[in-house]
Design a protein around this ligand. Sequence first.
Ligand SMILES: [Zn+2]
Length: 198
Amino acid sequence: MADQQAPKPTHPEVIQVVRQAGAYSSYAIAVKDFDAGDLIARLETPPMTITDTKRYSSVQISENQNIELNTDFLFINHSCEPSVEFHVKADADKPVIEVRAAIRKDDNGKLKGIKKGELFTFFYPSTEWDMAQPFDCKCGTKGCLGRISGAKDMTSAMLNNYFLNEHIENLRSVRPDAASKLGVRSVPSSSTNVHNIG
Ligand SMILES: [Zn+2]
C-alpha cells in the first residue's frame, strides 16, 4: 500500500513546504524571520548525496559534480530576486551547502531580511552553469531575466548583482570558447533541472 501521508518535514524549525497539485507548483516558505546573511541551514553529506546524473532535484556543486539535496530545501524555486543563497562548500570530501538569507536591500538601501511566511527562492544560475531544461521565468519581479538556462548563457551585466558560487565564477572566467575546449561544461543530462518536484 502506498503511504498517503505527506512526507515528514525535514527542517520544520526553518522551512515549510506548501505542496500543490501539478508540476512545479509546490513551494517553500520561511517559518520565522531571518536577518540578511543569516544561516538558515547547513546541509551536509549525508543526507545530501553526490549524483552522477543531473536531475530536476540536483544542485551543481563544482565544475563537474552535482548533488541531491534529499531534504525540503529542494522545494526552493528560482527567482530573479531571490530571498536565499546556496553557498557551496565543495572543497571537502563531504560537500556542504550553507543556505543563507540573501543580502538584499530595500528601496531605502537598508538591508532586508526574510519575514515569516515569505517565499524561499534562490537564483538557479548561482549554482547551475548549463541547465538541461531551460525555462521561462515567471517570478514577476522588476528585474526578471526571462529565460533561465544557467549562468553560461548570461552576460556579466545580467549576473553582476548576484551572489555566484566559486565554480560558476571559475566557469565564467574561461568561457565561452575556452570552456568547451577544456571540456569543463557541466555533466550532460536528459533530465530536467528544476528544483521542484511539484
Ligand atoms: Zn524571473
